[in-house]
Write a protein of this length. Structure first.
Length: 406
């Protein structure tokens, strides 16, 4: 088929040609917006799931829905390992205020909020590399005490007040939230709680890896009251079929039943894989309907592309010792495994392998929902690891006494 009209988009955060299977989340979010817009308490939403299931896409969709409803939004801000919560919140507020000032002439409230934000950023100990461009004078005495808990609440409160005068409210969107420390997540919840007590129209929606809900809930009592938690994963077969067939039908292309079934089975309904399969099989097929032979021919291409664009980058972030840990984990078979099992596979103690495990957790390559059970954050990662890094039994130290030193 003509690659120029290929509708599929295997790319992180890119809106799919058909966004399917996420109506419950979209509806719940719309309801929360409407409630808060009317001054009624509403919960923000926290999405969790492994990589490639469509969390970022959903956050962007939330952004779009909120704008359509006249809300001010920050757009999606991504956390990373080295980020400090106060900088992230400053960035969110900065982007939201810029959105606000674009819509209205900078009214007093906006000017004041920018001034408070400036004071907030000046109060952060600075390494000189980080700053926001704010063309307003700092407003002294608010959000600049240096006590992060107090300052965050005051800053968010100011932004809430500024926006409530000019729009329905402000939506803050935070991605990769698992990179925040538990302490920072606790502080963020506390600040959002204070803001919600004043029923200021500030809504936070966020996303992260599967450990995120636990990280949030562990720390503060507020989490359950503040957020609706939704785990998202692969698509049900009927939805997965739609994700492929609907965009094709727009170009008058269809799939043979067996070809579609084969792709659904291979992709296990994971959104990223569906896009990758769709793209490859479209380019492979000469005519409609896309048939089984096309799907089989696309298989190698899909494997290559996924290795290159989805798996490899993530694998490359691991140290050699961490790679051996992942190889041992993959060798244990599908599903989650305890640190003890994995350590034993390598002939190590849990303590002796904890540096590797913690490294992988920190890099977001593995997660644990219950304290000790570990699984990969990337779908079908075990199969990839087995292919490129088979676990070598010889890496296991021999049983019995260590060799005598000579
Ligand atoms: N509901 C969906 N239906 C079909 N494809 C989707 C859906 N959600 C996301 N995708 C596709 O999946 C891929 C991964 O989406 P992304 O939001 O980056 O996932 P995550 O943030 O969970 O890693 C993208 O190519 C996107 O177009
Ligand atoms: Mg994402």
């Amino acid at each position: 088929m003509n690659p120029e009209t290929n509708p599929y988009v295997p790319a992180a955060g890119s809106r799919p040609p058909a966004l399917v299977g996420r109506d419950p989340e979209l509806e719940a979010f719309s309801v929360a917006l409407s409630r808060l817009g009317k001054g009624i308490h509403a919960r923000g939403m926290i999405l969790d799931g492994i990589r490639g299931v469509g969390k970022t896409v959903l956050l962007r969709e939330f952004n779009y829905i909120a704008r359509e409803k006249g809300w001010i939004t920050s757009g999606v801000v991504e956390c990373d390992e080295s980020d400090d919560l106060r900088r992230i919140v400053a960035k969110l507020c900065h982007r939201a205020l810029r959105d606000l000032s674009k819509r209205k002439a900078a009214a007093d409230a906006v000017r004041r909020a920018f001034g408070v934000l400036k004071a907030f950023t000046l109060a952060l100990e600075d390494d000189g590399k980080w700053r926001l461009n704010i063309d307003f004078d700092a407003v002294k005495g608010v959000a600049d005490s240096g006590d992060p808990e107090v300052d965050l609440v005051e800053l968010l409160g100011e932004v809430g007040k500024a926006t409530s005068r000019h729009g329905d409210g402000v939506l803050l969107l935070l991605d990769e939230m698992q990179f925040l420390s538990k302490a920072d997540l606790g502080m963020l919840s506390m600040a959002m709680h204070q803001v919600s007590q004043e029923v200021l129209p500030v809504l936070l929606a966020g996303a992260g890896l599967p450990q995120l809900p636990l990280m949030l809930k562990e720390n503060k009592l507020y989490a359950e009251r503040l957020f609706t938690f939704r785990s998202i994963g692969s698509l049900r077969p009927a939805h997965a079929a739609k994700a492929l067939a609907v965009p094709a039908a727009r170009e008058n292309v269809s799939y043979a039943k067996d070809a579609l079934a084969y792709i659904l089975e291979q992709s296990q309904g994971y959104p990223y894989f569906l896009q990758q399969w769709g793209e490859a099989v479209w380019n492979e097929a000469e005519t409609s309907p896309i048939c089984m032979a096309d799907a089989l021919a696309a298989h190698e291409l899909v494997t290559d592309e996924l290795d290159r664009r989805f798996f490899r980058d993530r694998y490359d972030t691991a140290t050699e010792a961490e790679r051996i840990y992942m190889a041992a984990m993959a060798n244990l078979g599908p599903g989650s495994h305890s640190s003890a099992e994995i350590a034993a596979r390598m002939g190590l103690t849990v303590k002796g392998s904890s540096v590797r495990r913690d490294g992988l957790l920190k890099k977001g390559l593995v997660y644990s929902r219950v304290d000790t059970e570990l699984d990969f954050t990337v779908p079908q990662f075990a199969a990839f690891i087995k292919r490129i890094h088979p676990f070598d039994e010889r890496q296991r130290p021999r049983r019995g006494r260590p060799p005598r030193k000579v």
